[in-house]
Ligand binder design. Structure first.
Ligand code: HEM
Ligand code: HEM
Length: 187
């Protein structure tokens, strides 16, 4: 089933969830690596281009996901899960979804405000144009800090989110995690 139902996630939501989850964690590691190889400019340049390519890919997928989830119904909460927990989980989901858009946008702002004007090649196929903003070292540094803060912050939030899902699976032994792999809620 492509679409969500009241008892299950559909294939589109599942494929988007796991693809973005994998790319997102890998992208944080890659971003960290770009800073760790500052003494090797050639390698750093290549890593930046990969980082920008995957960043734009995540942005595109996150926008598709946003449109998809706005036009979908959500599976109902599992029976027995307290109301406050459902509300907390939903709030975190909305926040992470917003961050998968805000983090690459902040990255795009670094490229767009940098006086170096290095083009963003995406997988060596297309050049994504910069956004029309004033360039200066100070503005670039602001976006650089914002991007790093949002990226590491969202990484921690996503880890807490993953921890909660694993807690449901191992300790509560319910179908929260299994539903993200296609299982139906048994009511
Ligand atoms: C190993 C890591 C992860 C696990 C085990 C995991 C597990 C889950 C599970 C079980 C749900 C369904 C929760 C429910 O029905 O209440 C869910 C939903 C969700 N997860 Fe994750 N997740 C992981 C990583 C991520 C990452 C890295 C992101 C974003 C960067 C993310 C974003 C979301 C969002 C936005 C939802 C809401 C449903 C949707 O729009 O697809 N997750 N996750
Ligand atoms: C979901 C997508 C993205 C994630 C999770 C992410 C994550 C990160 C992380 C963790 C860092 C290292 C920060 C530090 O330690 O100072 C970084 C650096 C960087 N990212 Fe991203 N990034 C994403 C998308 C993008 C995009 C789309 C661009 C540009 C088009 C971009 C451009 C950069 C640049 C230029 C740096 C180096 C910043 C500096 O010089 O201080 N990122 N990113």
């Amino acid at each position: 089933m492509l679409r969500n139902t009241r008892t299950s996630y559909g294939t589109v939501a599942i494929v988007l969830h796991w693809t973005i989850a994998l790319l997102f964690f890998a992208q944080i590691a890659l971003g960290f690596l770009t800073q760790a190889v500052a003494d090797r400019p050639r390698l750093q340049f290549d890593l930046y281009q990969w980082h920008k390519s995957f960043g734009f890919l995540i942005l595109a997928l996150a926008l598709v996901r946003l449109a998809w989830s706005l036009s979908s119904i959500r599976p109902l909460p599992l029976p027995g899960v307290p109301r406050w927990e459902t509300t907390a989980a939903r709030t975190v989901h909305r926040l992470i979804l917003a961050l998968t858009i805000a983090v690459p946008m902040a990255g795009w702002m670094i490229a767009s405000t940098s006086p170096l004007m290095i083009p963003s090649f995406v997988f060596d196929l297309v050049v994504v144009p910069d956004l029309p903003f004033t360039r200066s070292d100070a503005i670039e540094a602001f976006w650089s800090r914002t991007h790093a803060l949002l990226a590491y912050g969202s990484g921690l939030l996503a880890l807490a989110h993953a921890g909660a899902a694993i807690h449901h699976h191992l300790l509560r032994k319910d179908t929260t995690l299994a539903r993200m792999f296609g299982a139906h809620t048994v009511r």
